[in-house]
Design a protein around this ligand. Structure first.
Ligand SMILES: [Zn+2]
Length: 348
């Protein structure tokens, strides 16, 4: 005769997550149930997550549609730990990342034309849904980036936003090998931009504030360093023939405005650093010499894979400071201080 046994109630497996509970609140580390992947999603065991200045959007509540509590983080590197139904290509145990591009609908006008980066209903990792400041996260398959062996988790993580943004902006700029390409700002974005400009075969100019950045700029691959505190950087660029592209990375609209006269014919100010103030320009500054100002945001997961492959081939690497996950508040403050050299990365 069978004995009736009452099975013990299964314990819900939990994990730690660093969340922002409301706009302006400090980070709090909370215990949460490990999330389950839905159809078309995978669960990632997070190994590393970069801290990006745009995480401020979540921490400060700059976007009214963000739902709280929210776990930020859009520079995620980890391992697929479970796959949802209908997921065929991605396998458990595979190394993957998730960047800024957190998903697209595949059906809007832009997606139907293959322009997934500008999807009308695009999702942003760590903004539209919980990101990588936690031990496990789920992500839709269209957001996944395969990470090649040869790049560590902490190296790959910042390349999934800061890396793809600079790489993709420059490779789509129209600048050719040998062209004068200036990178304004030697920081989280700029130190990667200088390396890419060098490896793309441009005449790479780094524009920084103060003479103390010259040695580092040269080491990163700048052929020329311009100190914007000691000289008029726009005039210095004109002495070199004028820039084909100025990749503007430091979030100072005033500094960007001051550089527009450094553009050569058909020159382009390529804006990826987001300051709050307007960029000031007169029509004449743009009309004579057919100059343009263009913004650029990130890239698709496929562009991120191109970025990682290129870095592996050429030796481009982010300079990083790592912090254990538990010290997230300190790490975030370090990023905000602007003193980090140059990307802050959490390790799990
Ligand atoms: Zn779309």
């Amino acid at each position: 005769m069978a004995t009736l046994r009452v099975a013990p109630k299964p314990e819900v497996a939990t994990m730690k997550a660093a969340q922002i509970s409301k706009p302006g609140a400090a980070f709090e580390i909370v215990e949460r149930a490990i999330p389950e992947p839905d159809a078309g999603q995978v669960r990632i065991k997070v190994q590393a997550c970069g801290i990006c200045h745009s995480d401020v959007l979540v921490a400060e509540g700059a976007l009214p549609w963000i739902q709280y509590p929210r776990v930020p983080g859009h520079e995620v590197a980890g391992i697929i730990d479970e796959v949802g139904s209908g997921v065929a290509v991605w396998k458990t145990g595979q190394r993957v990342g998730v960047g800024w591009h957190g998903g697209h609908d595949g059906t809007c006008r832009e997606c139907r034309r293959g322009d997934f980066r500008n999807c009308r209903n695009g999702k942003v990792t760590g903004v539209s849904y919980d990101g990588g400041y936690q031990q496990y996260m789920v992500a839709p398959v269209e957001a996944l980036v395969s990470i090649p062996d040869g790049l560590s988790d902490v190296e790959a993580a910042p390349l999934l936003d800061a890396g793809v943004t600079t790489y993709n902006a420059l490779r789509n700029s129209g600048a050719m090998p040998g062209d004068l390409v200036a990178v304004q700002g030697i920081g989280g974005l700029g130190h990667l931009g200088v390396q890419f400009a060098n490896k793309f075969g441009h005449n790479a100019v780094a524009i920084g504030r103060g003479s103390e950045n010259a040695a580092l700029a040269k080491k990163l691959g700048a052929h020329i360093y311009i100190d914007s505190q000691a000289t008029n950087a726009a005039q210095e660029l004109q002495k070199l023939g004028g820039a084909r592209v100025i990749l503007a990375t430091a979030p100072s609209s005033k500094a960007m405005s001051a550089l527009i006269d450094g553009l050569g014919p058909n020159g382009e100010l390529l804006v990826i650093g987001a300051g709050p103030d307007p960029i000031e320009v007169t029509p004449a500054q743009l009309i004579f010499g057919s100059k343009t100002i263009q913004g650029w945001a990130s890239g698709t997961p496929a562009a991120s894979e191109d970025t990682l492959s290129f870095c592996l081939l050429t030796g481009v690497r982010p300079m990083i400071e790592t912090y254990p996950f538990e010290r997230v508040a300190e790490a975030y403050a370090r990023m905000l201080s602007g003193k980090a050299e140059f990307r802050v990365v959490l390790t799990m």
